[in-house]
Each structure stands twice: as structure tokens, then as C-alpha cells.
Write a protein that binds this ligand. Structure first.
Ligand code: ADP
Ligand code: MG
Length: 199
């Protein structure tokens, strides 16, 4: 079973990995965006860890809804509301149980990813974070490491795609040949889930 402490570790591990990879995320956002993805997420996840430390929520659902609220209120740019919605919706789906099972997490994350697709209008293949998140949720039934691999492969697979959503879509065919920054950060988020589980 996964408790609130596990979900706090997930958020802390994500924050650490976003800090480590911030320059790379911003560099990926340079040719097909406005070179702010790394700094956007650094600001957001710094606020997330601060809020979680200040008043550690008692349930998995409360950890994720607090994290989502922080991302929405601190990250300017498309990715803040999208990641915020992902975590808030996932947290809401977990309800107020003190511990949740792996299967519940799969279903909750699926609800979260569906909410991101509804909010942003992106589908798989549009060269967005969805291209890492959907394969990750599909693989999560096979475990956290399987989800991490699927997310990383999904992020790499965005390179040959033409962007159909977000800022990169303004470039049309010129968006081809670059890995999507949001899919890359989504792979970090999923990798942190495995890390939180000691994998
Ligand atoms: P901005 O584009 O406003 O500068 P960021 O640079 O922080 O925001 O985030 C860019 C990332 O957000 C993209 O690489 C993409 O993965 C994701 N993204 C943008 N628009 C959408 C959307 N409509 N649906 C899903 N993801 C999106
Ligand atoms: Mg940007």
C-alpha cells in the first residue's frame, strides 16, 4: 500500500530531478518554444516541496491536490495549469483514503491524464506531455519501472512528430526533429514515481 509519505517522496524526487534537469528542459524548449520550461517547473516544484514541508497533508489525495494547486498558482505558461490539473485530478480520484493500492493509483492517474487531455485538447501523437503520460499509465499495471521506461520511450518518440498543440505548433513542420520539453519533464515525473518506490 502507498501512504502519504510515499506521495511526498514522489513530489520531492520530482523536484530534485527537475532541478537537476532544468537546463536541459529549457534547452529543449528553446528551438520549439520560448526557453522557459525548466525555470517554469523549477519554480513550481520548489513551491510544491515548500508547501508540503510547511503542512504535510495526511493522505495521498491531499498531497497531490496541494501539489497541483501550487503548480497552478506559481507556474506561468501552459505547463502549470496542465500539470496542476494532472495532480489535482489524480488526487481527487484517490479520495481521502490514508493508503491506496497500486491499482487505485493506475485508475486515478488515468483520470488525471484524461483531465489534461480535456483541458489542453491534445491527443497522443500531438507532440506534448500526453505522449509520455498515456504510455506511462498504460504500462503502470506492470509496475513503476515499466511505466518509467514507457514514459522515456514516449518522450523520445516525440522527436519526429509535428506539434499540433501548444506553442510548438506555431512552427508547423519546423517543430519536427526536436524532442518535446513537456514530454521530457513528464518522463521525469514518472521516473520519480519509481524512485519514490525505491526502484
Ligand atoms: P509555454 O509553452 O507556455 O511556454 P512550458 O514551456 O512550461 O509552457 O511548457 C511547454 C510544454 O507544455 C510543451 O512542451 C508541451 O508538452 C506542453 N503543452 C503545451 N500545450 C499543451 C496542450 N494543449 N496539451 C498538453 N500539453 C501541452
Ligand atoms: Mg515554454
Amino acid at each position: 500500500m502507498l501512504d502519504a509519505e510515499f506521495f511526498r517522496r514522489w513530489m520531492t524526487a520530482t523536484a530534485a530531478s527537475v532541478n537537476r534537469e532544468a537546463e536541459r528542459l529549457t534547452a529543449l524548449d528553446s528551438p520549439i518554444g520560448d526557453a522557459d520550461h525548466g525555470t517554469n517547473l523549477q519554480r513550481g516544484f520548489t513551491a510544491v516541496t515548500a508547501a508540503l514541508e510547511k503542512e504535510p497533508p495526511a493522505t495521498p489525495g491531499a498531497v497531490l491536490t496541494l501539489a497541483g494547486r501550487q503548480l497552478i498558482s506559481t507556474v506561468g505558461g501552459a505547463s502549470g495549469p496542465l500539470y496542476g490539473t494532472l495532480l489535482r485530478r489524480t488526487g481527487k480520484a484517490l479520495g481521502d483514503a490514508a493508503e491506496v493500492g497500486a491499482e487505485q493509483l493506475v485508475e486515478a492517474l488515468r483520470a488525471g491524464v484524461d483531465a489534461v487531455m480535456t483541458l489542453g485538447g491534445a491527443a497522443p501523437g500531438d507532440k506534448t506531455m500526453i505522449d509520455a503520460l498515456v504510455p506511462a499509465v498504460d504500462a503502470l499495471g506492470d509496475g513503476f519501472t515499466a511505466a518509467r521506461t514507457a514514459a522515456e520511450e514516449g518522450a523520445v518518440a516525440t522527436t519526429p512528430l509535428q506539434a499540433r498543440k501548444g506553442r510548438a505548433s506555431y512552427l508547423g513542420e519546423r517543430s519536427i526533429g526536436h524532442q518535446d520539453p513537456g514530454a521530457t519533464s513528464s518522463a521525469l515525473l514518472i521516473a520519480a514515481l519509481a524512485e519514490a518506490n525505491g526502484e
